[in-house]
Design a protein around this ligand. Sequence first.
Ligand code: NAD
Length: 306
Amino acid sequence: MTLDFEGRVAIITGAGHGLGRSYALELARRGAKVLVNDLGGDPMGQGADAAAANKVVEEIKAMGGDAISNLGSVADFENGMEMVRQCMDRWGRLDIVICNAGILRDKAFHNITEEDWDIIFDVHVKGTYNVLHHAWPVFRQQGYGRVVMTSSSSGIWGNFGQANYGAAKTAMLGLMNVLKQEGLKYNINVNTLMPVAGTRLTATVMKPEMVEAMKPEYVTPAVVYMASEDCEDSGLLIEAGAGNFNRAAVVKGPGIRPGLGDPKSVEWVQENWAQITSLEDAPAMWNGRQTVEEFLKERAQAKSQE
Ligand SMILES: NC(=O)c1ccc[n+]([C@@H]2O[C@H](COP(=O)([O-])OP(=O)(O)OC[C@H]3O[C@@H](n4cnc5c(N)ncnc54)[C@H](O)[C@@H]3O)[C@@H](O)[C@H]2O)c1
C-alpha cells in the first residue's frame, strides 16, 4: 500500500540541504504541504543565506507541490512560533514536525569554549523545543501529531571530539521519553532518528567517496514512515542510513536486588559488580515509574512468601 500524505502539513527544520531536503522532497512527492525552514548558515552555524530554503521550495513547486519557506533560526523562540503560525495561516493545520536543523563545533573537550557549547545546545536542544512547544497545542487540539527528532550516534554511542554535540543530541532521548507519554492520549507520536548519511555536515569528517555513497535517500524512508499516520509507534529510537535500519534503546539489566534490609556496603557492591552491570535479557523501559513499580512488585511478592 502506498503511503499518502495528501492533506497533511509538515514543518521540516534545516530542510535546505542534506537530510532535511530529502525528507521535504519525499513528503511533498507524496502530497504533503511543506514548510521548509533553513537559516542557510555554514556547518559551524555561521552566516545566513535565504537561497537554501528558497531553492527547495522551488524544487517542490516545480514538481507540482505546495511549499513555503521560513528563513529564520530554530534557535529563535519567536521564529518557532512563526513557523507554526505560517502553517496555520496558509493551510489551517499542522500534522508533522521533523526537527532536523543541525550544526557541528567539533573539538576535544578541553578546547570547547562556552560559545561552542551554547550554540550547539541553542540549535539542537532549544531549537527542538522552540518548534515543538508551539506545535504541541495544535497537535493536542487536532488529536493528531507526528514528531521525528534527530539524535546522533555521537552521543548515543559516543564519538571523540563531539562532547557538546553528543550531549545535545542525546537530550533528544529525554525529551522524547517524556513527550511520548504526554502525547499518548492525543495521538501524538514522538520518535527519534539516529541517521548516518553523506552530507555537507559529514563531509567535514568523511572521505568524499563515502559522502557520495551514503546518500540521504537511504535514511529518508524511515523518517517518512515515522511521520505517517500508519506508524502507531511512539518513543522509538531508529538508526538508519548507509543501507541499514535498526532500533536502538537504553535497556535495563536484571541487576541484583538485595531488598531494603540493612544497606549494603561498598565492598558488597564491588563483589557483586559483574551481576550489577550485566545486560543479559535487558529490556527497554516505557517510563521511569516502571522501575519503582518493579521494585515494589518484587517486594510485595517477597513479603507474601514470608
Ligand atoms: N549526516 C549524518 O550522518 C548525521 C549523523 C547524525 C546526526 N545528523 C543530524 O542530522 C541533521 C541533518 O544534518 P545533515 O547531515 O543533513 O547536515 P546539513 O548541513 O546538510 O543540513 C543541516 C541543515 O540545517 C540548517 N541549519 C543549521 N542551523 C540552523 C538553524 N539555527 N536554523 C535553521 N536551520 C539551520 C543548515 O543550514 C542545513 O541546511 C542534523 O541535526 C545533524 O546533526 C546527521
